[in-house]
Structure formats: structure tokens, C-alpha cells
Design a protein around this ligand. Structure first.
Ligand code: FAD
Length: 295
């Protein structure tokens, strides 16, 4: 099923994101994670693509394999991430063919980030170039990434919004947002989208704080700002992992309830391959999700 259709059938789509295990880890760990996550019956599960394109070059790629298994073994719709920065047109063609053979119909088309030690390929400059390529290839529903606080490389929010418009015009039928900790940033972003005539559904990306190190790494990478309330929570419980975990879950739940109450099209939970955190959040939003979808 194409994910775009889900937004026509539901007020609030609920999805999860997992990442393939590192090369040094046992591949089976992802299946233990998926065994548990699949019981929650999310609308779809997305699978990230290794930074620098390591997750998907050629056949047998881990991202494609896991996405294919999510469909065939767990009977849940998968969305495979694909980055373009280290992808040539022939390798994109091979990956799309592989995904098609595996029955994967949904792709999150991304540019990816440059690795300091590696020159990018030149076939695709922006995610919108890959989006157009996939749209011309045919058969896939394409999602795009968006940034409530603007992408760190955008000179202004206006430039960021224009780039997003290009992405949607190139064929992205829905969007998933970067993580954010202040819902107002998301609501302001939604207003800018609508002013720019971008009217595709957008899911809010929510990342629970599981430990201080992981959140600091993510915030450095993506440039999300930390509201006072959030920074105080980190500072207060940084030396007590259990308390920080529980406070992080409560913060994410609070964000999600507010977003659903404000008519968000979907919640995309960065599950971090951590079923315990996802279960804790899900049990506290389940009735709210169901109520929203019955309304
Ligand atoms: P783009 O949309 O190409 O944007 C990059 C920059 O270029 C922005 O500043 C934008 O404003 C500008 N720009 C875009 N188009 C134009 C244009 N036509 N003219 C001028 N400027 C333009 N990374 C991974 O490696 N693997 C993953 O699996 C992965 N999953 C992600 C999932 C989500 C939901 C998100 C939000 C990010 C993910 N990323 C992933 C990170 C992502 O690759 C980086 O954020 C990257 O820096 C930008 O990717 P993009 O697709 O948004 O790029």
C-alpha cells in the first residue's frame, strides 16, 4: 500500500523508524526489535539508510532486506530511506529495482550528509533530484524530509521553504519532520508550508530522550534547539539514567498529545531500536490516537 493513501483514511497516522544494525553487530538484533514493535501494529515502519550510503549499495543491502522483511514477515508497510549524496544513477536504478522486487512501495528520498573523507557523487545534488528520478522510475510513493527549525545549511527559513516546495513539486507526496522539542516550531513551520502552497500531509518526528549522550549527539547533528523546560530536565536528571529515561518519555508523550490535539497528520516516532521506550510511549497515547482516528 502507498503510504499517501493512509492519510486519506486516518486523521493521525502512527509510524516508527528503525535503523539497520551496525556491521559489527548481529543482524538478528533488528528482528528481535521488530518482533516487539510489530505487535503495536504501527501504520508503517521506516528503515534508515547508512550514512554515506553504506546501507544500500547494490543488491543485498541491509536497508532493502529489512524493509522487504517488514512487509513479508511482519505484514506491515515499510518505507525504505535512500540517500543520494553517494549514489549514482546506475546504483539508484539497481536499488529501486531491488526494492520493487522485494515489494517495497514507499521510499523516503534524502540527500544525506557529506562525510569529510569522501567526495560526493554528482548525479544528484539535492533530495529533490533523487525524488524526481524515483518519480520518473515509477511505482513508488515518495516521502521527503522537512525541518521545523529550517535545515542547518539553509540561509533562511524562506530559502528552506522554497527548497521544500521544489521537493514536493518533484514528487514527494508526504513529509516527515526532523526531531524538535518545541511544538511551536512545528506549528510555525506548518503555517509557512501552507503560505508557500505546500499542502501535502506532514508527520511530526518525535525523538524521546533515552540518555544524555544520545540526545546531545542528535542535537549537535541536526541543530534542534533545546527549550528551557527540556534543558532543565536534562540538567536535573543527567546523572540518574532511570529518572532521565522516565522524564524523557513523559516529555515525548506531552509533545505527542499536544500535536494530536492540534490536528497533526501523523506521529513518526524515532524508535531508536528501543522497544521498551516505544511501548512506554504507546501505552500512554493509544487511546488518544484511537480517539483522534474515530473523530
Ligand atoms: P535536501 O532536501 O536536499 O536539503 C539539503 C539542503 O539543501 C537544505 O539546506 C535545503 O534547503 C537545500 N536545498 C534543497 N533543495 C534545494 C534547491 N533546489 N536549491 C537550493 N537549495 C536547496 N540521513 C541518512 O544518511 N540516512 C537516513 O536514513 C536519514 N533519514 C532521515 C530521516 C528524516 C525524517 C530526516 C529529517 C533526516 C534524515 N537523514 C538521514 C538526514 C538527512 O540526510 C540530512 O538532514 C541531510 O543534511 C539533508 O537531507 P535532505 O534530504 O533534507 O536534503
Amino acid at each position: 500500500m502507498k503510504i499517501r493513501q493512509m492519510f486519506d483514511n486516518k486523521n493521525t497516522v502512527f509510524s516508527l523508524e528503525v535503523f539497520p544494525p551496525k556491521k559489527t553487530s548481529n543482524i538478528d538484533t533488528i528482528y528481535t526489535t521488530l518482533d516487539q514493535l510489530s505487535e503495536l501494529k504501527p501504520d508503517f515502519i521506516s528503515v534508515t539508510y547508512g550514512a554515506g550510503g553504506s546501507g544500500g549499495i547494490g543488491t543485498g543491502s541491509l536497508t532493502a532486506k529489512i524493509a522487504g522483511d517488514i512487509k513479508s514477515k511482519y505484514h506491515i508497510e515499510p518505507m525504505a530511506h535512500l540517500t543520494s549524496i553517494y549514489t549514482t544513477k546506475p546504483s539508484a536504478h539497481a536499488i529501486l529495482t531491488e526494492l520493487q522486487e522485494l515489494g517495497v512501495e514507499n521510499i523516503l528520498a534524502l540527500r544525506g550528509d557529506r562525510m569529510p573523507e569522501r567526495e560526493p557523487e554528482t548525479d544528484f545534488v539535492y533530495a529533490s533530484d533523487l525524488t524526481k528520478y524515483i518519480a520518473d522510475f515509477g511505482g513508488f510513493d515518495i516521502c521527503g524530509a522537512c525541518y521545523p527549525e529550517g535545515h542547518p545549511q539553509s540561509a533562511s527559513l524562506i530559502e528552506d521553504t522554497i527548497a521544500l516546495r521544489h521537493k514536493v513539486d518533484a514528487g514527494a507526496s508526504h513529509l516527515v519532520s526532523q526531531l524538535f522539542f518545541d511544538n511551536q516550531d512545528f506549528y510555525d513551520f506548518r503555517d509557512r508550508m501552507h503560505l508557500a502552497g505546500i499542502n501535502v500531509p506532514v508527520e511530526a518526528g518525535i525523538m524521546p530522550v533515552l540518555n544524555k549522550k544520545n540526545i546531545e549527539r542528535m542535537v549537535t547533528m541536526c541543530g534542534a534547539s533545546l527549550p528551557k523546560k527540556f534543558a532543565k530536565m536534562l540538567a536535573r536528571y543527567e546523572n540518574n539514567p532511570e529518572a532521565l529515561f522516565d522524564a524523557g518519555i513523559a516529555y515525548a508523550v506531552d509533545q505527542i498529545i499536544d500535536l494530536i490535539s492540534n490536528g497533526v497528520d501523523g506521529i513518526h516516532l524515532y524508535a531508536m531500536n528501543n522497544p521498551k521506550a516505544v511501548y512506554k510511549i504507546y501505552e500512554r497515547i493509544e487511546t488518544i490516537l484511537h480517539a483522534s482516528n474515530r473523530a
